[in-house]
Design a protein around this ligand. Structure first.
Ligand code: G5P
Ligand code: MG
Length: 245
């Protein structure tokens, strides 16, 4: 797959961040409810990376009734992971459409097989791993509501909608994910730990893993922001040096 790291980025960027001369590839990992989506939105906004959430992409496929979506639904409803071959067949072509953008993958890879498939496709610059206490996760997801059409996420305590039960922008009703209901939730949390360990070990060995531990996204965010600022600045200056040599 043409996921070439040295490819020149296009001249326009989102988020007002300085133009990147080298494309940047990042992954954010973490258990259900760890704040991947919330932090990804902030990263996309601040650094102009395109955000691709595997969960949102699956839900789009479910809504559109695609073959993969119909299959994925049966797993997601039970709180199980969607099989690796379905995930890679869905996600890798989507990444191929984004080769001219810097991107952030949220929720993929989840297993070692997925990480190996991604490895063959492209080289990552940074992997962010969120390490959040179990009780915090359970509490957060119990209060999570989403706007299905846009994927906007609310939490009745952390970031409630302006009008209870309604999306701030469209005014449409909010719903809870089937897999945020208590039975599916416990299964999701249990699964995560087992399958994530070899993926985390792989990225640790590659020297690109950065782990953030806290109970609050607002305390984690400044550290992630400064990691990415430094990383992107260093990568850009390396790319510039290479192009002038
Ligand atoms: P998803 O959709 O990727 P999960 O299980 O990885 O689902 P999820 O649920 O989307 O993770 P998140 O993105 O990590 O969680 O967290 P979030 O949505 O930002 O935050 C959770 C809640 O906490 C929100 O309400 C938010 O407002 C609030 N919050 C955030 N920070 C704070 C804070 O500091 N304090 C408080 N109080 N609240 C906060 O995947 C869904 C399913 O799709 C399948 C699986 O079946 C999966 O279960 N799937 C895959 N299967 C196989 N392989 C893959 N790669 C797959 N990807 C998805
Ligand atoms: Mg999410």
């Amino acid at each position: 797959m043409p996921c070439i790291v040295s490819e020149k980025a296009p001249s326009t960027t989102r988020g007002g961040y300085q133009e990147m001369s080298k494309l940047f590839r990042a992954v954010i990992m973490g258990p259900p409810g760890s704040g991947k989506g919330t932090i990804s939105e902030r990263i996309a906004q601040s650094f102009g990376l395109q955000h691709l959430s595997s969960g949102d992409f699956l839900r789009e496929n479910i809504t559109a009734n695609t073959e993969a979506g119909v299959l994925a639904k049966t797993y997601i409803e039970k709180g199980l992971l969607v099989p690796d071959h379905v995930m890679t067949r869905l996600l890798l072509p989507r990444l191929e459409e984004m080769t001219r953008h810097s991107w952030l993958l949220d929720g993929f890879p989840r297993t070692l097989a997925q990480a190996e498939a991604l490895n063959h496709a492209c080289e990552l610059d940074v992997v962010i791993s969120l390490n959040i206490p179990l009780e915090t996760l359970k509490e957060r997801l119990r209060h999570r509501w989403i706007h299905p059409a846009s994927g906007r996420v609310y939490n009745m305590c952390f970031n409630p909608p302006r009008v209870q039960g309604l999306d701030d922008i469209s005014g449409e009703p909010l719903i809870q994910h089937e897999d945020d209901r208590p039975e599916a939730l416990v299964a999701r949390l249990r699964h995560y730990k087992d399958v994530a360990k070899p993926v985390i070990d792989l990225y640790k060995t590659k020297g690109i893993l950065h782990t953030f531990s806290d109970t609050d996204t607002d305390r984690i965010w400044p550290n992630i922001s400064s990691l990415l600022s430094n990383k992107i600045r260093t990568d850009q200056s390396d790319a510039q040096k290479a192009s002038t040599n």
